[in-house]
Design a protein around this ligand. Structure first.
Ligand code: FAD
Ligand code: SF4
Length: 329
């Protein structure tokens, strides 16, 4: 690991200024991703600004029924919170499906959103990778492809975003609050992460020095049933091959409302808007669910090593929606 300085800022604005003005500075939260990447010398910051005590570690009720989650709230606290478990069960399920108990105790809400891809070539400094070293090439295109994207990728990068929590937050229309050198801004989770295009080195729309201060969950949707299902190679301690976060409201056999987001399929949590549009007002049947899943996956462009993800994603969407229909009976 390269030597680095560790600092604690007095307040949010000095932390923001420190990272905005120093090109080799990085925010440090739980460190469960950043420190691993520093050990591998994938990340080589000269100074770490510890923000864990600067942002809130509390979950608060807002007057309109929304919940505000401080950026420093540990993943385990968020998953265990009784309001989250009751009103947003898919979020609790998504968090608990990731990492391990010890890691979730350390990992924070802000850090989880900004964890970096698990592409094996990104983590191996001896191989070309456009995300780690822009312009060097993409080893994954001719390499190990099982974990890679099937939607929204580019010739420059086919990596996936690894966070389970972010997929549930995308389905729930959560909004991230951010403090930067300018004014505070609010970014829907669905717009926080980028598709790779020709700049895969940029995971998100955040500018240098912008600090996530919290996440707001709008009042729970009037969707009676919700679920997060993660399909992976091992039952625990593995990232998603495909995951589905879904909530469904059915009345008299017809879909009144639906939310679906997919994980493990793209460079960002993938909100399945084509499937949602196809389903609103449609009969809540296997045939409708199949048609909606097919509509969502029509633009999929898999590689030879991850073509299995297309039927896997389609079948998982259908199976989760059918399960939600059953649950209501
Ligand atoms: C073995 C292992 C298995 C795992 N399995 C899973 C899994 O199955 N599913 C899953 O979703 N995750 C998994 N994870 C990842 C884990 O969830 C993340 O490492 C963790 O959530 C990152 O949070 P952190 O607070 O430790 O972030 P850090 O490592 O401290 O930071 C991560 C990034 O976020 C930036 N950052 C942190 N806080 C802020 C902020 N407030 N504002 C702006 N930037 C910030 C940092 O600069 C850094 O770039 C696994 C990790 C490990 C080590
Ligand atoms: S898929 Fe992206 S992260 Fe992986 S090697 Fe290619 S450029 Fe790097």
């Amino acid at each position: 690991m390269k030597p680095f300085r560790y600092e604690r800022a007095d307040d949010v604005s000095s932390a923001v200024t420190a990272v905005a003005e120093e090109p080799d500075a990085a925010f440090l939260a739980g460190g469960t991703n950043l420190v691993d990447l520093m050990r591998l010398e994938v990340a080589t910051p000269e100074v770490l600004i510890d923000v864990r005590r600067l942002t809130s570690d509390r979950i608060e009720e807002l007057p309109d029924g929304a919940l505000r989650i401080g950026a420093a709230v540990p993943n385990s606290d968020l998953a265990a919170d009784h309001r989250v478990r009751r009103r947003y069960p898919m979020l609790s399920q998504a968090i608990l499906s990731g990492a391990s108990g010890q890691l979730r105790n350390l990992a924070t809400t802000g850090g989880n959103l900004l964890q970096r891809t698990r592409c094996a070539y990104f983590q191996n400094v001896t191989t070309p990778c456009n995300k780690r070293q822009p312009g060097s090439g993409c080893s994954a295109l001719e390499g190990y492809q099982r974990d890679l994207a099937i939607l929204g990728s580019s010739p420059a990068c086919v990596a996936t975003h690894p966070s389970d929590m972010a997929v549930a937050l995308a389905a729930l229309d959560a909004v991230v609050t951010v403090r930067g050198p300018g004014a505070e801004r609010r970014i829907p989770v669905t717009e926080l992460h980028r598709l790779p295009g020709d700049a895969p080195e940029r995971d998100t729309v955040l500018e240098r020095g912008e600090l996530i201060t919290g996440v707001e969950l709008p009042p729970p949707p009037h969707l009676t049933a919700s679920r997060y299902r993660k399909v992976r190679d091992r039952a625990s301690f593995a990232f998603a091959l495909v995951s589905v976060a879904a909530a469904l409201d059915v009345a008299d056999g017809t879909v009144r409302d639906v939310r679906i987001a997919l994980g493990g399929v793209a460079h960002k949590p993938w909100r399945a808007t084509a499937a949602e549009t196809a389903l609103r007002g449609a009969p809540a049947t296997r045939e409708s669910f199949r048609g909606a899943a097919a509509a969502e996956l029509a633009p999929a462009r898999p590689l030879p090593g991850n073509a299995f993800k297309v039927p896997l994603a389609r079948n998982t969407i259908v199976s989760v929606l059918l399960e939600l229909v059953q649950e209501r009976r």
